[in-house]
Design a protein around this ligand. Sequence first.
Ligand code: IMP
Length: 422
Amino acid sequence: MGVTAVIGLQWGDEGKGKIVDALSQDADIVVRCQGGANAGHTVLIDKKKHVLHLIPSGVLREDVICLIGNGVVVDLEVLDGEIEELEAAGIKTSGRLVVSRRAHVVLPIHKAAEAVHEELRGKRRLDTTRRGIGPCYSDKAARLGIRVGDVLNTSTLGVKVETACRASRELRQGGQSIDADQVLEHCERYRPMLKEMAGDPLGVLQRSLSQGKKVLLEGSQGFLLDIDHGTYPFVTSCSTGIHGLACGAGLAPSSIDEVVGVVKSYVTRVGEGPLPTMMEEPYQSAVRERGQEYGATTGRPRRCGWLDLNALRYSCGINGVSSVAVTKLDTLSELEMLQVCVAYEYFGAEVETFPADIEFLADCLPRYIDTPAWEDLKGITSVTHLPRPALAYIERIRTAAGCKVGLISVGPGRGELIALDR
Ligand code: IMP
């Protein structure tokens, strides 16, 4: 394995948690590299559902070391709650979790700023997860951010927090104001937790790799939510592709041996923004209910769309995907018929790639082909037992992705995963 990266190739919620859980069986270390508590990675083990927002999904395998890399924005309250929940479920985190001193901390001022930004955007609001992600990354880029290492440094934290709060107040004039003492108190409350786990994932990673250990990079969100390559401005505030994972873990891109792209059998989107292949009723409600397409972080209903091979070609190309993991194939079982988008058309002409501008995208029409669905997939554990239409569907994904299909998920449980020759 060396270093394997797992990324989502659509608009998030592709089922990365389950794939990371499966691949972490062979891993020594799992790293969260970017994003923050806007993510919700769900893993079902023995009918118990675990939803992880910040801690890598690898924590569910007891021998795996978990790292939260420099590219993550850490909500201390969420981290504390997550540790508590895991410990209550009998999953030990002590001694197996390291948070980068370079990771930025989401502060109450970031959540307050986000509420103001959304209000300002009016009808063009992004409908974010309200986890303070955008403003925290903004402060990072503006060099006003507070990092994990800063929280531990009692001699300089006060002045840094004061500056960040003053800047936030002046920029927001009139918005809800939070004073520096409140923010300082917030940081101090979680200092003892950070003292235990703050460290240097870079050193851990380099030492481990030189000892031949196996590292898994766990991406969050999906590539079409990438700040540069996604449907801007309806995106998250970081790089969700392979570039973001390398940077957020502190690894050279050339050290990544394998990129596993996770593709749900259909697409979903939560929050505002274009979804070119949005399903009509009754498919919209049927797929949402069968796939339980409700946000793991916010509970919001997700919009469902048909598989979009044009978007998939784009995501696979930029990320150098070496194999794909197809998820939720079972959700489409027994539907009356399925549609697959094979290309976009702009006033009759085929569009060659994924449009850069959402205004152009809005004028693109998906070109569909109809394809039959398949019977129930319950109990299927081998690819040779998949019904013929399901195999044809997988073949379409393989061709568009331009790489092999390594895994097919046919249900939410750990066992409901078919491994193909990788
Ligand atoms: P933010 O990341 O909270 O700033 O939200 C920006 C956009 O990305 C919103 O449309 C969110 O719904 C979406 N988003 C953020 N994280 C996820 C995720 O983990 N899965 C799916 N959508 C997400």
